[in-house]
Design a protein around this ligand. Structure first.
Ligand code: GDP
Length: 329
C-alpha cells in the first residue's frame, strides 16, 4: 500500500516523453560504448516506426563504416567456432567487432536463445567487442526487420560486423540483404554441397569455406566436391571467382588464407563503386521486405504504385507504412 497524500490529478506530471528518451542520437551510440549500443538495439525492438528511431536508423545507414561479413551454413558446421577465431584475430589487430547471431529456433520460443551465445568466448570488459543474438521472427532461418536494423546500427559503430545465420536451403538468401561478403560454410563429408547446388544456393556466396580441415582427408574431399559443384552452377558476380577455402578454426589452419580472401573480396567491392551499388540494392530490398512482412504481398503491390518519397530507406518505409495504413492510395 502506498502512504501519503495522493496528488490531485492535474498535478500529476504527464508521462515522460519516453519515445525521445529511449532513442539515442547516433553520435551518442558511437561514443557511448556497449551500453549505448545495447540501448539503441533495445529501441529497435520497442520504438519501431517512431520518428526518432527512423531518424537514428537513417543516420546510421549513411554512416556505415564496417565491413559486414555474413556467415551462413547448417547447424554444427562450425560457424560459432570460426566467429570466435575471427573476433580474436580482429581484436589482436586492434579492430573493433560486433557479432549478430540470428537464431532460427527462437522463432518457436519467442525469444533469443542466450544458451546458444554461451559459446562465444569474449571478454565482457572489452568495449571493442559486442555480441548479440536475435530471433529470426518473421522468416524461418532468415533475418527479421529488427536484425536488419541492428546490422545498420552496428556497422555505423564497429570496424567489422559478423552476422551469423543458420542456413537450411533457400533461407541463406537473406544474409545477402545485409552482408557485403557472403561466406557459406560447408561441413566436410556432409553431402551439403550437393544439397546446396540443388537448392540454387551455390550462386549466393562470395567465399566458400570448408570447415574442420583438421579432419584432413574428408575436408579435402569436400573441397573438391564443392569446387565441382561451383563449376557447374556459376558464381555470384561477374569478375569474381568464388574461392573455396579449407580451414580449421580449431587449429587456426587456413584462417590467414580466409582473411586474405575476405580482403580480396573487399577490394573487389570497393573497385568501380560495387559496394555502394550493392548497398543501394540492399536498401531497396529492405523497404520491400519490411512492407511485405507488415502488409503482405498485396500491400507490397499497392506500395509499388505509391510515390516513394524519401530517399533514405527507413523514412521511406515509414512513409509507405503510413500511407498503406491510412489507405491513401
Ligand atoms: P555452428 O552450429 O555452425 O555454430 O557450429 P559450432 O561452431 O558450434 O561447432 C559445432 C561443433 O564442431 C563443435 O563441437 C565444435 O567444437 C566443432 N568444430 C568447430 N570447428 C571445428 C574445427 O575446426 N575442427 C574440428 N575438429 N571441430 C570443429
Amino acid at each position: 500500500m502506498t502512504s501519503g497524500p495522493v496528488p490531485p490529478a492535474d498535478s500529476i506530471p504527464p508521462p515522460a516523453p519516453a519515445r525521445h528518451a529511449l532513442v539515442p542520437e547516433l553520435a551518442a551510440v558511437q561514443a557511448g560504448g556497449k551500453r549505448a549500443v545495447a540501448r539503441a538495439l533495445a529501441a529497435v525492438e520497442t520504438a519501431r516506426g517512431q520518428p526518432a528511431l527512423v531518424a537514428l536508423l537513417d543516420a546510421a545507414a549513411k554512416a556505415a563504416k564496417a565491413h559486414v561479413l555474413g556467415l551462413t551454413g547448417p547447424p554444427g558446421v562450425g560457424k560459432s567456432t570460426l566467429t570466435n577465431a575471427l573476433v580474436r584475430r580482429a581484436r589482436e589487430m586492434g579492430r573493433t567487432v560486433a557479432v549478430l547471431a540470428v537464431d532460427p529456433s527462437s522463432r518457436r520460443t519467442g525469444g533469443a536463445l542466450l544458451g546458444d551465445r554461451a559459446r562465444m568466448k569474449t571478454d565482457p570488459d572489452d568495449q571493442g567487442v559486442f555480441v548479440r543474438s536475435m530471433a529470426a521472427r518473421d522468416r524461418l532461418g532468415g533475418l527479421s526487420d529488427d536484425s536488419v536494423a541492428a546490422v545498420v546500427l552496428l556497422r555505423a559503430v564497429y570496424d567489422l560486423v559478423i552476422v551469423e545465420t543458420v542456413g537450411v536451403g533457400q533461407s541463406e538468401a537473406d544474409i545477402s540483404l545485409v552482408a557485403d561478403t557472403v561466406v557459406l560454410c560447408i561441413q566436410p563429408a556432409s553431402g551439403d554441397s550437393l544439397q546446396f547446388m540443388k537448392a540454387g544456393v551455390m550462386e549466393l556466396p562470395d567465399i566458400i569455406v570448408v570447415t574442420k580441415a583438421d579432419m584432413a582427408e574428408v575436408a579435402r574431399r569436400a573441397a573438391s566436391e564443392v569446387a565441382g559443384a561451383l563449376s557447374l552452377s556459376g558464381s555470384a558476380a561477374a569478375g569474381w571467382t568464388v574461392p573455396v577455402i579449407r580451414l580449421s578454426a580449431a587449429t587456426g589452419e587456413g584462417l590467414g588464407a580466409f582473411e586474405a580472401a575476405v580482403d580480396r573480396h573487399l577490394a573487389f567491392l570497393d573497385a568501380d563503386g560495387r559496394r555502394a551499388a550493392l548497398r543501394a540494392r540492399q536498401e531497396e530490398k529492405w523497404v520491400e521486405e519490411m512492407v511485405r512482412v507488415r502488409f503482405g504481398t498485396h500491400g507490397l503491390a499497392r506500395a509499388r504504385k505509391l510515390p516513394q518519397g524519401a530517399s533514405s530507406p527507413f523514412a521511406r518505409e515509414a512513409e509507405l507504412a503510413r500511407q498503406l495504413t491510412s489507405g491513401q492510395d
